[in-house]
Design a binder for this molecule. Structure first.
Ligand code: HEC
Length: 719
């Protein structure tokens, strides 16, 4: 419409033409009046906006903004900041529309800020009960909101999907998307496609039965649901997934413990819509229990650890690709799914890409799900390669465990790449992957005991101690098996991956394995937070160009937007999540830091971290329990949150273990439930609590004896 209609011959400016011009102007985002975000707005995103979790539907996390670039980034400084009331993990991607920035914090709280000034416009707390924290395997995190027309949507930790009025933050509707009696959680961001809010769930460690649902964005009416494991009763669900299970997927499950909890396969993060092929791609989590022999006596267990393509209108199954058939190592396939046009051989193909937890980078045809290529982007030894003809991994001989056979492999359960989103620069044709390396040990438990509602991974140290290697010609039988080389410590890399050649163009190594997601920009920059630094790298070379001391590590990916011609870069700071809970950082209140060129604002220093003091063990009441039984209980019920050196209190240094009643008031009485420490009365009898205390006091003695420096712990009143 920029050319004058009169000059192009004969088109008279009538009321109708003016109306058309106005309508076109609005849909192209030129209008001043805000009609609200819809599918077209997300697809043809105005340069300065960030309208959906991965910015555009294809989730490339690339912004064309280039005011902040190689030359200017040195002048990037803080424009404004906000501090939140929680010190648990922050994983949200801010959404920015029409001058307003929407974000979420741990405990699923939602905030709207003036994106230019940082003024708080409204806040909404869904008041998730603190004890729900027990159902969250990997911290009480939330990855952000979705917006559509006049509403903002958040998935709350307790399984509610809540629609808020965009202007006021007042709830418009709220739906319980899960069985509230079961250990389901929601940590992922909703996406809105064709007027439908898509939301998954988490909980495959307990396990629950994973599914994704679509709700009407206007009124919250459920439109369809797709389950990723069969119904354990053998009945149909009356859901979109029924046909696929009847046709082929149900028979990939045999008898086993999956029937107790539902098999896992929770879609807890990646949901990507590709308007070009009109399909939704969903990544599903690990099957549950992790231990495949305990889980199911036969089969690949579809659709666990799979990328599944569905029709957005009906939820109808179109294709699937299973990255780790019959997974036994917690290798989900929920990692970021990104659609793009890339060169494959001599042609340009529309593909879906994933840097999977299992260490392979997969390129699939977006229309058919056909595997085009799969290569390791980080060391991985559980499989030699992926066979392109069958699409299946060629597993290493030591990968499977069972009986007395224990397997140690790379990557471990945190994966070669976890939920932290990657980014794609169409200018460089590179995918930037926040990758990490770690080892994991997997083995059978002495005895599998299913505890309803608790972690049931079926893991242990092997059923019998491994036999002493028998010398035979100087070689033990195990020597023939290639065990992974020991890694000195977990580490990570920012990998600039060429998806066409399946090779790295550059890598930047770090000693930190648990880092932030990634943002790529038209200014040829890649933003990534490492340790306490927020860093801008040169997208072409990986050269470090700028860094800012965030005072606490960020794990969330940054987003960028522009207002009145100025570019802003926004980052949620706050350590946590699965890697954070086992990490070694003090707890810090979450912050939102927003940067612009020439920004001179300063965020105050955090209070000094307080070290958990050693205990006065002489004052401990003698425990009436059994240390070995306590160790087993601790391993099943407590270690995932309180593991030594972790993010939550080290119980071997907690004064609470000194007294029988004090300890019991917390563990059975739920005295700290508001802070996220549930009562364990449904799992533990009073004498078993004493078993756990006996084990912890023994740990405390060992701790005092070793007097090894422990990571500082900060305990304040944020929950
Ligand atoms: C899902 C995570 C989770 C699990 C599992 C868990 N806790 Fe906790 N625990 C917490 C949180 C959160 C707190 C409160 C920390 C805070 O904010 O100070 C806490 C606090 C505590 C405290 C008080 C520590 C102090 O010094 O303040 C004790 C004691 C405790 N837990 C014991 C246990 C025991 C025993 C188990 C296993 C039976 C267990 N917890 C399992 C999350 C968990």
């Amino acid at each position: 419409m920029r050319k004058s209609p009169q000059s192009s011959g004969g088109l008279r400016v009538t009321k109708k033409v003016l109306g058309l011009a106005l309508a076109l102007g609005l849909t192209l985002g030129l209008g001043a009046c805000d009609r609200g975000v819809d599918g077209r707005a997300i697809e043809r995103q105005a340069e300065g906006e960030w309208l959906s979790y991965g910015r555009t539907y294809d989730e490339q996390r690339f912004s064309p903004l280039d005011e902040v670039n190689r030359e200017t980034v040195g002048k990037l400084g803080l424009a404004w900041h906000a501090e939140f009331d929680t010190d648990r993990g922050q994983e949200a991607t801010p959404i920015v529309h029409d001058g307003v920035l929407y974000t979420t914090t741990a405990w699923s709280k939602v905030y709207a800020f003036d994106a230019k000034t940082g003024k708080l416009l409204w806040a909404y707390d869904p008041k998730v009960p603190g004890e729900k924290g027990f159902d969250a395997c990997c911290d009480v995190v939330n990855r952000g909101v979705a917006i559509w027309k006049d509403k903002v949507y958040v998935g709350a930790l307790d399984g509610r999907l809540i629609a808020l009025d965009k202007k006021t933050g007042k709830p418009a509707w709220s739906i319980q998307t899960t069985d509230a009696k079961k250990p389901y959680t929601i940590t992922g961001a909703p996406r809105v496609v064709k007027g439908k809010v898509l939301i998954g769930n988490a909980g495959a460690e307990y396990p629950v039965r994973g599914y994704m649902s679509a709700y009407d964005a206007d009124d919250g009416k459920m439109l369809w649901r797709f389950h990723f494991t069969p119904n354990p009763t053998g009945q149909a669900d009356g859901a979109a997934s029924d046909k696929a299970f009847k046709d082929f997927a149900a028979k990939t499950w045999g008898e086993g413990a999956w029937k107790l909890g539902g098999g896992g396969a929770t879609p807890w993060d990646a949901i990507t819509y590709d308007p070009k092929v009109d399909l939704i791609f969903v990544g599903t989590g690990n099957a549950g229990p992790w231990n495949d022999d305990i889980r199911s006596d036969t089969g690949d267990n579809l659709f666990a650890t799979s990328i599944v393509a569905l029709k957005p209108d009906t939820g109808e199954y179109v294709w699937h690709y299973q990255t780790t058939p019959r997974d036994a190592w917690d290798y989900d396939a929920v990692q970021h799914l990104m659609a793009a046009d890339i060169a494959v051989g001599n042609e340009t193909r529309r593909v879906v890409m994933q840097a999977n937890k299992n260490g392979f980078f997969y390129v699939l045809d977006a229309r058919t799900g056909k595997l085009l290529s799969a290569e390791k982007f980080i060391p991985a030894n559980w499989a030699e390669r992926v066979d392109l003809a069958t699409g299946r991994p060629v597993e290493a001989p030591f990968a499977r465990y069972g009986g007395e056979k224990v397997s140690t492999q790379i990557p471990g359960a945190l994966g070669g790449h976890n939920w932290q989103p990657m980014a794609y620069s169409p200018k460089e044709r590179l995918v930037y992957i926040p990758a990490s390396t770690g080892r994991g040990g997997f083995g059978d438990p002495e005895k599998f005991e299913y505890l309803e509602g608790a972690w049931n991974t079926g893991m242990g140290g092997g059923r019998r101690p491994p036999p002493q290697p028998k010398q035979k010609g100087g070689q033990s039988p195990q020597a023939a098996v290639a065990l992974p080389p020991p890694l000195e410590h977990p580490r990570g890399e920012l990998v600039a991956w060429d998806p066409s050649t399946q090779k790295a163009r550059w890598r930047v190594p770090f000693k930190e394995s648990w880092r932030s997601g990634v943002l790529a920009t038209g200014g040829d920059l890649v933003f990534h937070a490492v340790g306490r630094e927020f860093v801008a790298f040169d997208a072409t070379t990986g050269k470090r160009l700028w860094a800012y001391d965030t005072q606490a590590p960020a794990i969330a990916p940054a987003a960028t937007y522009a207002i009145d011609g100025e570019q802003y870069v926004a980052l949620m700071v706050g350590y946590g999540g699965a890697g954070g809970m086992g990490g070694d950082q003090p707890r810090r209140r979450g912050r939102l830091l927003v940067f612009k060129l020439g920004g001179t604002a300063k965020a105050p220093l955090y209070p000094a971290a307080v070290q958990q003091a050693s205990l006065d063990l002489a004052s401990a009441e003698t425990p009436g329990g059994d240390i070995a039984r306590g160790a087993a209980r601790y391993g099943q019920l407590c270690g995932q949150c309180h593991g030594q050196g972790g993010y939550l209190p080290n119980l071997a240094r907690s004064p609470a273990i000194l007294s029988r009643d004090g300890f019991s008031a917390i563990v059975l009485g739920g005295a700290l439930k508001e802070r996220g420490m549930a009562s364990f009365a449904r799992f533990l009898k009073p004498e078993e609590v004493e078993d756990v205390r006996a084990f912890l006091l023994q740990q405390a003695k060992a701790d005092a004896a070793a007097a090894a420096p422990k990571p500082p712990q900060e305990l304040d009143h944020a929950r």
